[in-house]
Ligand binder design. Structure first.
Ligand code: SF4
Length: 402
């Protein structure tokens, strides 16, 4: 798993601004003026940042200084590499018994206007229709449907694997796993084991929102809490699966609650090492009960990605999920700590029902062009970050596969 980072010459560090004064010297005096020289010193020495450091970073008004620090950490790990994958998204039902205030996707009952539940054949057709494409991942995430049998999910996985045995199935958030355990009378571990037996390979990171109880009580009180979310990831790691962790930002959370969220994820990663990526997700206000709040700005998005990179020293990847950030901001985030753009996606409902103006999918050649035009090197990866195609891949070959 993984490659050695590309070594970068970092020409800007050696830029001479005036007699003997390099770009790096300028940035360091800027950081000192901002009171961030101690944090910069810790990062130089590989010393882990504290809760207070994280809050200080969020309070720093100089976004470019923050980005400079985060980019150094990004480049230490990955150089110019930027990862993406060739995946499809499958949201089999939007019927959901929970009522998260930020959610525009869910419908409470089957038959409610706008509700849908795909038959198993329809879910399998989504994959059959892409028979000629070299997809590597199916990402499945659903509402919490009260009436479907557990076999709906296990059969879905079995059918997908039968169609494409080599495909990686990244399916069901920890919130869904907890829900399955509660309604089907199993433990969280039994649910994971049965799903794994049916073909589950890893868990996506959705459902984390903000771990702080104050926020969860207000925005998502009727789904599994932070401790259980993290416990399910812990079990998944023990069973040999990899997972991601998300953070929904830009609504009612405080800066301190964001840092608390990151530190809880970091603590789990210290224990298990099973987390591959941390994914900040921007709150989108359309068509949900929090529509009076503004969406986070692009600057806020860049700052959250930067602080995530700086705080999560033990998580390999910070992902800028372009569907959530917007395409242009995702490109910028590649200089603010992020090293991954997620994938081609193809069909996405959760963010688009909340007002996302991004395309619903991209071809691999479009993603590669976006990465290159941001001054980074595109690497197609599989779900486990094994590299499939490097930056020099013949673009025509990539285009034919899209
Ligand atoms: S965020 Fe998930 S759990 Fe919450 S209402 Fe929407 S679909 Fe249901």
């Amino acid at each position: 798993m993984g490659f050695a980072p590309t070594s970068l010459d970092r020409p800007e560090e050696h830029l001479t601004i005036s007699d003997g004064v390099t770009y790096e010297v300028c940035m360091r005096s800027r950081l000192a003026a901002l009171g961030l020289d101690a944090i910069a010193g810790k990062l130089d020495a590989g010393v882990r940042l504290s809760f207070d450091d994280g809050v200080a970073l969020f309070r720093c008004p100089d976004t470019l200084a923050l980005g400079w620090l985060a980019n150094r950490e990004r480049e230490k790990r990955h150089g110019a590499r930027t990862y993406y994958n060739f995946n499809i998204r499958l949201e089999a039902t939007n019927v959901c018994v929970a009522s998260c205030l930020f959610c525009s996707f869910a419908r409470l009952r089957p038959g409610d206007p706008g509700s849908y539940t795909l038959s198993l054949e329809q879910t399998w057709d989504k994959l059959r229709q892409r028979a000629g494409q070299p997809l590597t991942e199916v990402h499945v995430v659903n509402g919490l449907h009260p009436d479907l049998p557990f076999s709906y999910y296990t059969e879905m996985l079995r059918g997908l694997k039968q169609i494409r045995p080599e495909i990686h199935l990244k399916c069901f958030t920890a919130v869904e796993i907890a829900f399955f355990a509660d309604i089907y009378g199993r433990t969280d571990e039994q649910v994971l084991l049965e799903l794994q037996e049916a073909g589950l390979d890893s868990l996506p990171g959705g459902g984390a929102e903000i771990f702080a109880e104050r926020v969860r009580k207000k925005i998502c009180d009727d789904k599994c809490g932070a401790d259980r979310y993290l416990a399910i990831h812990r079990i998944a790691h023990r069973l040999g699966m990899r997972t991601n962790v998300t953070m929904l930002y830009g609504h009612i959370e405080t800066l301190e609650e964001r840092i608390d969220h990151m530190l809880r994820a970091r603590a789990l990663q210290d224990e298990t090492g099973g987390m591959q990526a941390f994914i900040p997700l921007a709150f989108h206000p359309d068509n949900n009960q929090m529509r009076k709040l503004p969406a986070p700005s692009a600057i806020e998005t860049l700052r959250v990605h930067a602080v995530s990179r700086l705080m999560l020293d033990n998580v390999p990847h910070i992902k800028a999920f372009w569907i959530a950030t917007g395409v242009e901001t995702a490109q910028l985030a590649l200089w603010f700590g992020a090293d991954d753009l997620d994938g081609t996606v193809q069909e996405e409902h959760i963010y688009h029902m909340a007002g996302s103006k991004t395309p619903e999918g991209m071809t691999t050649s479009t993603i590669r062009r976006l990465i290159k035009s941001a001054g980074r090197e595109p690497y197609e990866r599989d779900t486990l970050y094994n590299v499939i195609t490097g930056p020099d891949a013949d673009l025509q070959t990539v285009e034919r596969a899209s």
